[in-house]
Design a protein around this ligand. Structure first.
Ligand code: SAM
Length: 305
């Protein structure tokens, strides 16, 4: 017998393949079509009391299949291994909070944000911003099937956002140059020598939309503090926030060399809080090394205490 996750994948896969072959559409457009069938109750997978993670993972498998066929690096879904680790940190650092507002300004398919939301207890209300039509449709349909309290905005996240400051920002940032020089001029982190880095501008925009004392969890290029524009980024972070942790992931998680990312955890300054005593610098060991993983999590516990 198939698990709920397999049933969901098989259902979406069959419908998407049919649409791809019959309608001259892409597989991902087929995924949107199948999720629409499911949401409108016209046709749905046969499921046995699925939980939210089974639904998320079933949809994620189909989107991954579609993304293998054609997708740019910067549009790729955040891998589950990373999403789960990010969720672990957020869960540990928000223990005891009954209500949380969360923003992902580069939402993509929503996979990272939904992974985090599924892991957190208590009430959550979320906001997602995404510029790409197809990805935000996937995120919207997945959010509906997961019955998430989420508001979505299809727009350039570096333009003004109608979103009140949140408790947490979590985002797998798009990396590279931001082409809109006019918009970037309004940012402290714009570059006068070359085009500005989109990932730096996203950090600044996120800082604006988080409450004082709130945390920001970014997936950033491993070399973020070694680039030409890094000194400005240092200045910005020093002025508005505190670095809490920089965590490197094992290279084996990433498909291509040069795409390695780290998790950068920041806190927005607040008059009633003090800077963290110690910045956590750690490297996640290879996931197959159980002893090393246990040691890693122990190190995190000690740091947190
Ligand atoms: N976490 C996402 C997921 O699990 O699917 C993946 C995020 S992906 C690495 C980065 C996303 O940023 C892409 O979906 C891309 O379309 C989006 N993006 C790039 N520039 C943007 C902009 N200026 N405003 C809003 N979204 C943008």
């Amino acid at each position: 017998m198939q698990t709920n996750m397999e049933q969901i994948f098989t259902f979406i896969d069959q419908e998407s393949t049919f649409i791809e072959e019959q309608e001259n559409a892409t597989y991902l457009e087929g995924v949107i079509y199948s999720l629409e069938l499911w949401l409108s109750d016209k046709k749905a997978p046969v499921l046995n009391n699925p939980d939210k993670e089974e639904i998320r993972k079933g949809i994620q498998l189909a989107i991954l299949k579609g993304m293998k066929k054609a997708v740019q690096v910067n549009h790729q879904m955040t891998p589950d291994a990373i999403g789960l680790l990010v969720s672990y940190f957020i869960k540990e650092m928000t223990k005891g909070k009954k209500e949380l507002s969360i923003l992902d300004p580069a939402l993509g398919t929503g996979n990272l944000l939904y992974t985090v939301m599924n892991m957190l207890d208590g009430e959550k209300n979320a906001f997602g911003v995404e510029i790409d039509d197809l990805l935000i449709q996937l995120a919207s349909q997945t959010g509906e099937l997961l019955e998430c309290d989420i508001q979505l905005f299809r727009q350039d996240a570096l333009k003004p956002l109608l979103i009140d400051p949140v408790d947490i920002v979590v985002s797998d940032l798009p990396v590279g140059y931001y082409p809109d020089n006019e918009t970037s001029k309004d940012f402290f982190l714009h570059s006068t020598e070359e085009m500005s880095y989109a990932h730096h501008l996203f950090i600044e925009q996120s800082m604006k939309h988080v409450k004082p004392g709130g945390h920001l969890y970014f997936l950033v290029p491993e070399t973020i503090f070694e680039s030409k524009q890094a000194s400005n980024l240092h200045k910005f972070i020093k002025e508005y926030g505190w670095i809490e942790a920089v965590i490197q992931f094992p290279a084996s998680i990433f498909k291509t060399k040069g795409q390695e990312k780290s998790l950068l955890i920041l806190q927005k300054k607040s008059d009633v809080l003090k800077a963290p005593r110690e910045v956590l610098l750690a490297k996640v060991p290879n996931m197959s090394n159980k002893t090393a993983l246990e040691l890693f999590f122990r190190k995190i516990d000690i740091w947190r205490e």
